[in-house]
Design a protein around this ligand. Structure first.
Ligand code: S3P
Length: 448
C-alpha cells in the first residue's frame, strides 16, 4: 500500500514577491468576536484554511450568520450572544478555535458538545477547563479533560487567574468568558503572550485594561456584562506562515524572496529578530499600520547563517516558529540552542520530538531535552544538509512545511506524509513555493 505525500528537491534559487496568507490567530478571533457581537462584522484577508473554516462553521452553529462574500472577504452578523448549538461542534485540528470558543460559550446559558480530529482529541483541554470551572462552568469530558466534552455555561462569577503556562489561548478563553461574568475577569500573565484578543476586544467596543505589575507580569482586566458591537477587521499577513518562504530563501543559494504585508506585532515577530542574530540578510521595509497593528514587507536573501542561543524568554513570541527555526539552524554553521520551549510538546504534535526526529533522519545532529532542542548546524561552505529522508508528520502542518523547506536546500530530496494537513494553516503553500521556483511534487510514499 502506498500513501500520498509530498517531496521537496533541491533546485535553482527561489525568487519573487508573494503575499502572506491571513493571520490564523486574528482570523479565528474575528469570526468569534463577530459572532458574540451585535451587528455586522466585515472581515477582509481572512485566512481560508481548514482551521478557520471550522471556526466559521462553529459560529453558525452558535447562531451567527456567517457569509463568504469573495476570496478572504467574509461577513458575520452576530445576535449579541451565543445560542445553544443543535449538534456537536467539530473544531477539526484547531486548538485555538476550540479553546477560544469554549471560553466564549461558557459565558452563555447553554450546553455545547465539542470534538475535533484525532490530534485535537489528544490535546489538553484542562488548561482552559480549570479557570472556566473556577468561574462556574461545568463539563463532562473524556479522562484528562480531553475532547469530546460537553460544556455547560452561564451564570459565571469573576476570577483572577494567573496563567500557569504562557498561553494566549487560555488567556483569551478567560477574557471572553469574563465579558459575561457578573464582575468580569482578570488574567495575570507572567510572560507576555500574543495580545490579539485584547486589541480586537477594544476594536469591538469593549473595555480592556492592561497593567504592568511590579514583578513584570501583565494584568489584563475585562469588566463584566459587556456587550460587543460588530466592527470591520482587516486581517494582516501571518508571520508564522511567512516564515516558510523566508527561511527557504535564506538557506537556498542565490535566492531573494519578499513576503508582503506581514504582521510585525512584537509578540509575534521574534523569529525575524532571531534570524537576524544568526546573520540572516532579512530586511523589513514599508512598515505601515493596518487594523491597529504594524505590518511590513520582509525580504530574505540567501545568507551564511551561524548558530545562536535563543533567549528562552523569547519563546512565547515565536512558539510556532521553532520547527522552521530548527531548519535554519540545521543549515547554519555551529550550534543553535533553543530552551524554554516545553509548550511545543502540546501543539498539534509533540513538535520537539518530531523536529528532532525529522532532522536526525536528514543527517543533522540534534539533542532533545525535556523543554529544549539543540541543533548542530552541518553547513560549511557548499556542504548542504544530507536529506534523503521520509519524515513522519503526525498530521502536523508546521512539521510538514518545515521539512519540505529543508528538502529545497538538502543534498537529497525530503518527503513528508499527510500533506493534506498543510491546508489547516496555509492552503496555498505548495503553489506559492512552486511559484518562487521551489520543486515540491506529489509523491507516492511506500510504508517505512
Ligand atoms: C495561538 C496561541 C498559541 C499558538 C497557536 C495560536 C492563539 O498557542 O501556538 O498556534 O491564536 O492564541 P498557546 O496559547 O497554546 O501557546
Amino acid at each position: 500500500m502506498t500513501a500520498a505525500g509530498l517531496t521537496a528537491t533541491r533546485g535553482g534559487p527561489l525568487r519573487g514577491r508573494v503575499c502572506a496568507p491571513g493571520d490564523k490567530s486574528i482570523s479565528h478571533r474575528s469570526l468569534i468576536l463577530g459572532a458574540m457581537a451585535r451587528g455586522t462584522t466585515e472581515i477582509s484577508g481572512l485566512l481560508e484554511g481548514e482551521d478557520v473554516k471550522r471556526t466559521a462553521q462553529a459560529m453558525t452553529a452558535f447562531g451567527a450568520e456567517v457569509t463568504r462574500l469573495e476570496d478572504g472577504a467574509w461577513r458575520v452578523v452576530g445576535q449579541g450572544g451565543f445560542a445553544e448549538p443543535a449538534d456537536v461542534v467539530d473544531c477539526g485540528n484547531a486548538g485555538t478555535g476550540v479553546r477560544l470558543i469554549m471560553g466564549a460559550a461558557a459565558g452563555f446559558d447553554l450546553n455545547a458538545t465539542f470534538t475535533g480530529d484525532a490530534s485535537l482529541r489528544g490535546r489538553p483541554m484542562n488548561r482552559v477547563l480549570k479557570p472556566l470551572g473556577e468561574m462556574g462552568a461545568t463539563w463532562i469530558a473524556r479522562s484528562g479533560g480531553r475532547l469530546p466534552l460537553t460544556l455547560r455555561g452561564g451564570n459565571l462569577k469573576t476570577i483572577a487567574y494567573r496563567l500557569p503556562e504562557p498561553s494566549a489561548q487560555v488567556k483569551s478563553a478567560v477574557l471572553l468568558a469574563g465579558l459575561h461574568a457578573a464582575s468580569g475577569a482578570q488574567v495575570i500573565e507572567p510572560e507576555a503572550t500574543r495580545d490579539h484578543t485584547e486589541r480586537m476586544l477594544r476594536a469591538f467596543g469593549a473595555q480592556v485594561e492592561v497593567e504592568l505589575m511590579a514583578d513584570g507580569a501583565r494584568k489584563i482586566t475585562v469588566p463584566g456584562g459587556q456587550a460587543l458591537s460588530g466592527a470591520p477587521v482587516k486581517v494582516p499577513g501571518d508571520p508564522s506562515s511567512a516564515a516558510f518562504p523566508l527561511v527557504a530563501a535564506l538557506i537556498t543559494p542565490g535566492s531573494e524572496v519578499t513576503v508582503e504585508g506581514v504582521l510585525l506585532n512584537p509578540l509575534r515577530a521574534a523569529l525575524f529578530l532571531t534570524l537576524q542574530e544568526m546573520g540572516a540578510d532579512l530586511v523589513i521595509e514599508n512598515v505601515r499600520e493596518e487594523g491597529g497593528d504594524q505590518v511590513g514587507d520582509v525580504t530574505a536573501r540567501h545568507s551564511a547563517l551561524r548558530g545562536v542561543v535563543v533567549p528562552p524568554e523569547r519563546a512565547p513570541a515565536m512558539i510556532d516558529e521553532y520547527p522552521i527555526l530548527a531548519i535554519a539552524a540545521a543549515c547554519a554553521e555551529g550550534q543553535t540552542v533553543m530552551r524554554g520551549i516545553g509548550e511545543m510538546r502540546v501543539k498539534e504534535s509533540d513538535r520537539i520530538a518530531l523536529t528532532a526526529a525529522g532532522l536526525a533522519a536528514c543527517g543533522v545532529g540534534v539533542e532533545e531535552e525535556a523543554e529544549g532542542l539543540i541543533v548542530n548546524g552541518t553547513v560549511r561552505a557548499n556542504h548542504p544538509v544530507a536529506g534523503g529522508a521520509r519524515v513522519t508528520t503526525h498530521g502536523d502542518h508546521r512539521i510538514a512545511m518545515s521539512h519540505l523547506i529543508l528538502g529545497l536546500a538538502a543534498d537529497r530530496p525530503v518527503s513528508v506524509d499527510e500533506p493534506g494537513m498543510i491546508a489547516t494553516s496555509f492552503p496555498g503553500f505548495v503553489e506559492m513555493m512552486r511559484g518562487l521556483g521551489g520543486q515540491i511534487e506529489t509523491a507516492e510514499l511506500h510504508p517505512a
